[in-house]
Design a protein around this ligand. Sequence first.
Ligand code: LLP
Length: 442
Amino acid sequence: MTTANQSLKPITTKINEKGHIEIGGCDLVELADKYATPLYVFDEATIRTIARQYKSAFASYDKVSMLYASKAFMTKAIVRILDEEGFGFDMVSGGEIYTAHKAGADMKKCLFNGNNKSYDELQMAVELGVGLISVDNFLELALLNDVAKSNNKVVDILLRVTPGIECHTHEYIQTGHLDSKFGFDLTQVDSAVELIVDEYKNLNLVGLHAHIGSQIFETSIYYDEVEVLLKEMGRLKEKYGLNLTHINLGGGLGIKYTEDDMPPSINEIAEKIISSIKANAPKYNLDEPEIHIEPGRSIIGTSGVTLYTVGSSKQVPKGRKYVAVDGGMADNPRPSLYQAVYTADVANRPSDAKTETVTIAGRFCESGDILIKDAEMPPLEEGDILCFYDTGAYGYSMSSNYNRVLKPAAVLVNNSQSDIIIDRESYEHLVSLDRIPERLKD
Ligand code: LLP
């Protein structure tokens, strides 16, 4: 069975009777007209489908919690949808905690993670009752114990460890290899455990956490990750008599950005994880643990597309043809940051033959602001609406106001209805935090 992360397009995508692309029953050309471009469009059916596919892939294992990695894209509406689907939230900042709380997430199901959490953020997490905190380093152990003590609480924690597993993804999004800024090296775990047991009485260690990397296509990595964590838990049980009950396996499952990408299904990942638990829990003398899965990209990536309007173009004599759109690296930094490759169609005439090779350039003042190099496209004209697929994850969430360009709006589509979930910024928003010191006023 295929799962939605293996689809290049949102699952409701079709060509309608006008010959336009339609998602969630909404004509993309009409959305561009109504809300202007650039515009992020999110398909609710794709999000809910994939969330349910995660749950059913793990249905045979009764001790599993799903946490959505908020960093991929978080707004209050997304929190509502995933909370309804029974997900908790993996959060890495005060801002993400605040958003989850404001949108009514069940904070007990949430986890606070990150390699340099501030005292204030820890305080906020403890006050709002965040269920678990994944402690990343020695400083944080001390800070969190202080915070917990001053709140008269004992806080459940995981230790984030670097399992020493390398995956074949872009170097900037690998995290589980040994030379990483995240988590305790396995050789440091004993010192951390001794501090928790002997000194930090307001911390209750319940398990281990790891995240190997992102946009992962290799399934065997998850088998290995479970084994490394269980082996470590078995060792801690033997050495300290500690009965750890949880393993958090992070996120990482890849999605299909181009026709050539063949990510595994969620079921294949679940099968590796569950079979590794069945084989390794007894081997290391452990009960089967509670597992946490933290997907971000694979939950939201496929559901999102970005619409742009085509503007100017330039044919370099004897060189490339550049076609510029009204967005670019500020709404989607992934091509310039990770050389990420995207697929696009012309929303107003998707069936036209792709007879030209053009480079789709952004509007920002950098030569590197190229969205797709050498894309096969029909001859493009000013006013065409381009639909870039798979921009749901790490697009808006990593967007900026570079060049003081306004951040686009985001709409949620479902059953032929479209609703704004993030307003387009206005010039007023843009200057609203600027202050002119008195001495500079005439
Ligand atoms: N859990 C932890 C601890 C993480 O660090 C991450 C992602 C996730 C879960 C979710 O991973 P996912 O399922 O989304 O792969 N900006 C980069 C991706 C950075 C991912 C950082 N951590 C990109 O655009 O490719």
